[in-house]
Write a protein that binds this ligand. Sequence first.
Ligand SMILES: [Zn+2]
Ligand SMILES: [Zn+2]
Length: 648
Amino acid sequence: MNEERKTLEQREQMTDLERLRHSASHVLATAILKIWPEAQFAAGPPVENGFYYDVDLPHRISPDDFQKIEAEMKNEIKANHPFEKMEVSRDEALEFGKQGRLAALGERAEPSKFKLDIIENIPADEKISLYRNGDFIDLCAGPHVMRTGNIGAFKLTTVASAYYKGDENNPQLQRVYGTAFKTKKELDEYFAMLEEAKKRDHRRLGRELELFVFDDDVGPGLPMFLPRGAVIAEELEKLAKETEFAAGYQRVLTPHIARESLYLKSGHLPYYAESMFPPMELVAESEESKRPLHRPELFRELLERPLTREALDEILSKAEKIRSDLPIDRYYLKAMNCPHHHKLFASIPRSYRDLPLRLAEYGTCYRYEKSGELFGLMRVRSLHMNDAHLYMTPEQFETEFNAVNEMYLNYFKLFGIEKYLMRFSTHDPAKLGQKFVDEPELWKQTEEMTRNVLKNSGINYIEVPNEAAFYGPKIDVQAWSVIGREFSIATNQVDFAQPRSFDLRYKDKDNTEKLPICIHRAPLGTHERFIGFLIEHYAGNFPLWLSPEQVRILTISDDPKLLDYARLILNELRAHQVRAQIDESNDKINGKIQRAEQMKVHTMFVIGKRDMESNAVSVRVHGKGNLGAKPRAEAIAEILQSIRERRA
Ligand SMILES: [Zn+2]
Ligand SMILES: [Zn+2]
């Protein structure tokens, strides 16, 4: 979290809602002081979904206190006090602080210690202002709403602890969080959304629906997909393969590891080293025979002595010395697939006739995310990436880039992702040669081409300067699930630097060697993040084609003839690759239905004697209930068609 003081410019850009929420934090402090006059306050900014105020107070505030605090806040809002600004000199501000009057209802014996510290850190040329609402005066640069009455609806949410200025050497404070909206309706909608989000949380559904697990012995951030989850990954992979095949991609396969030299060439080392797992160090194979274990003669003299601790230590240190003198070969787990793919491009002489060349792989990568940043499937250390690298001539760029964007849009349509935004990140010419590879012409050219494609295709995008990748402009795709949760699910990058560092060439029409442009793209992101997204997006109610268990057959009784009929249907479904099962338990039909509903099985075929006699099944769809009896062939044909068309 950014704990730094907002600049004046940032303050001017605060939205109406941020002003309202920040004003609510003043009211929160006012209310706390009415109950605990000795409270000392630090910072009280608006945050993404509300506001907080950091308070130092011997009483430990708990949610049990919220009602009492909220009642005081309501009084303050009802009183409709104006937020009055007072400009003061630095000395006056310090005087206020020494009298304990900052973030206070009046003079106090204890000085306002945090506010005094904050004043010390206000830039010398910046004006200092105080704001008053009712009896409460605070050191603040604003802005606020006009009056406390403008704070429409609010609610306190949680208390956490936080170090002053985020520094663990500073005192620990209580951070009281709340949120506020213009209207009660918006506030209610917000909490309803949170409730819904909790129900859809992919970590919770992942467990309940037996999709994936984590295990301490395997390691944090390393999800394992159970059969029900692996099925979703496989369906996504099938979708990607079909789509990419139709678009002229070719599949490749590369190892999970590579030598250090590959990543030195790509520039990922040393720049990306922190995000990679540390290397595996091997003694170079040609030197293998020189390893200490293969050369007992070196230790003979030591081995002839009695095996004391000293002798053992001597052997170990001698072995270590020999080992450290041997040339070491370092291997890294791959954190990205590009370098391997570039090597494949370079492995065969290429002519302009081979371009565009589109190499695709569901590549397995490993990234060393900090343990504090790991989060369910959303932030993990092992990733299966819907990766591909497209190599092309500059003339082919526009068509290729457009086709990639089309692919994104088609996927979004398929998954019912209606709200998305493409963030087009460009370079800053002032930072060429530092943050961005020093190719001013290529930057201009590719950014221009990319911008044209985005404009001409009418895609919803924003341009963000200074955030491009080192090697070229990039597009990040942010998508929102149906409940409004935001995910960054895909990136699409233009690269003109790596082809150069890998010395990629193609022979052009005029027989000269030229550098191709490369596009990195991963429209379905990684299995991990995309499945996490889909679980929440669908609330675990996957469409038939993605559903881990597509059909469950439930017999009304355990009549053996009925079970035979069920097995007949099961075999027919499985012959058509439908994921189907029979519930062979002795439970009553209602119990069977309930269990299937709990596991969100997409379709149930309920069969009784009458169904069997008329060669029919009674169809029940999760979330839709009983759809009535249908001839068996018709019911199965409908299932197959829905799967084939990947219906929503
Ligand atoms: Zn303020
Ligand atoms: Zn790449």
